[in-house]
Design a protein around this ligand. Structure first.
Ligand SMILES: C[S@@+](CC[C@H](N)C(=O)[O-])C[C@H]1O[C@@H](n2cnc3c(N)ncnc32)[C@H](O)[C@@H]1O
Length: 199
């Protein structure tokens, strides 16, 4: 299984935003929607072996954790607006004290970053940052859990939580890229690695 986590620093935790204003009123949920597209879609199908995670830290009710499982997701289209409609449903249908499947394959619940890392400690964590070890020099595990920032990098405290869980910092080069481009690159890079290993 391949996992992607993208932090949503200001993602709004109430579904009162306008779908035409995801970069403003929704606290840059446009970045999350594009990352979901890059994490889950192939040309004519979905990646069933990918799980996408985000935690929304924006007002008024943080943190809200959203998990999208490629294996179970249904009816979502790859365009940013449609993905945002499903994110909005996950926020609107959030219920305190329980994990809610808000639409097929999409779940929302209360969860801190520390709890997310603890729950996934069987995975191998990789922190994406420009000053990490070059990805080509690192053997990436088949059970990779990639962690990325949105328009801001993850915090030093979050890096510490991950490093305590054995995370490694990896880089795609010195140039700062958009989150969704990094996710797309990682998927293609991992596909290539798996194709080579199968030969
Ligand atoms: C838009 S960047 C965040 C801000 C960026 N560090 C900057 O200074 O502009 C979004 C995220 O993509 C990942 N990222 C961007 N460029 C990268 C690179 N060259 N190597 C590894 N990760 C990268 C990091 O996780 C980063 O937090």
């Amino acid at each position: 299984m391949r996992h992607f986590y993208v932090k949503s620093t200001k993602g709004r935790t109430c579904g009162d935003f306008n779908l035409n204003d995801t970069a403003g009123g929704a606290g840059r949920l446009d970045i999350i929607a594009r990352a979901v597209n890059s994490a889950l879609w192939l040309s004519h199908s979905l990646r069933r072996d990918v799980v996408f995670h985000t935690i929304l830290f924006g007002e008024p009710n943080p943190p809200i954790y959203i998990k999208i499982t490629g294996e179970k997701v249904r009816k979502v289209q790859p365009d940013e607006r449609n993905i945002t409609i499903f994110l909005k449903k996950a926020i609107e249908r959030f219920e305190e004290g329980r994990v809610t499947q808000t639409t097929p394959g999409i779940f929302s619940s209360r969860k801190t970053f520390e709890e997310l890392v603890e729950e996934n400690k069987a995975c191998d964590f990789y922190i994406l940052c420009e000053d990490g070890d070059d990805i080509s020099s690192v053997d990436i595990s088949e059970n990779a859990f990639f962690v990325l920032g949105d328009k801001e990098d993850i915090s030093d405290d979050e890096v510490k939580v991950l490093e305590d869980a054995g995370a490694r910092k990896i880089s795609l080069g010195k140039t700062p890229y958009l989150t969704s481009h990094c996710v797309g690159f990682l998927n293609m890079y991992m596909d290539r690695m798996e194709e080579k290993a199968d030969k």
